[in-house]
Design a protein around this ligand. Sequence first.
Ligand code: NDP
Length: 284
Amino acid sequence: MSAQILDGIVFSAEIKEDVKRRVAAMKEQGVIPGLAVILVGDDPASELYVRNKGKGCEETGMLSRTIRMNAAATQEELEAEIDRLNRDPAIHGILVQLPLPGHLDEAAALAKILPEKDVDGFHLINAGHLMTGTEGVTPCTPKGALYMIRSTGEDLSGKEAVVIGRSNIVGKPMAMLLLQQNCTVTLCHSRTKNLAEHTRRADILVAAVGKAGFVTADMVKEGAIVIDVGINRVDGKVCGDVDFEKVKEKAGWITPVPGGVGRMTIAMLLSNTADAAERTLKRE
Ligand code: NDP
């Protein structure tokens, strides 16, 4: 039987509707949530992401500001811009579009963002909150992936969850979120031996590798929830890490690419910005 499709277009619209409602409520109290994106250089993929973020802000009624910096900008200039946004009361969320040009120190730049304005959830303070299960900002992509997993209505407690990929922005936070759901979590990476032996046990399988068609049907357990985070370009077409056509015949649920997790990332970014603005309002 063919898997049920976890449709990122439908779920992200749901989240954006909720954000829109929350933004409208804040506007009545005189606050317009504001998201600032710093873009250094002119990488075409980053340009596209930044445009989509601006569009999302517009759809939900938020203020969107894009700060474009020259590819040759120095670390001092970048950090000065972050400082300005940290102090700006109209801005509730700050995002530094990654990757930065090679001469810039990404970790140092991210550390400069006030943790409460770090809507990407990459600041060490927020990573610590995720690790300890205390309240902080959760990275958008794994948060969106978890939303899709929970939408299946399955009881996640005690399920075998396998995440392929251990990056700080996807794999590791994904593993932590699944652990918080009481899954038994295995985190795989390029040095993992006998990868398929792990993935075949997975009731929930998350692929965040960055290799087209990496997860094949023989690696998937019958009826599993398969979440494809990968975004790859093959012959000009966007595809994920999962061999979608074959795996969908075996999985219970599956996310498509495009129209899957990618859509959720932006929706969760908007949601995290609304959260940040609500926190400010509460403090005031
Ligand atoms: P990274 O390159 O940082 O991480 C890739 C991970 O895959 C690494 O942990 C690496 O292991 C692991 N890996 C590579 N080869 C293998 C292998 N043969 N077997 C097992 N593991 C392997 O990528 P990201 O986490 O940043 O992104 C992953 C994918 O998700 C990319 O396609 C990216 O474009 C996409 N992405 C999508 C988003 C969305 O909104 N949908 C948002 C962010 C990313 P090791 O650590 O050992 O090197």
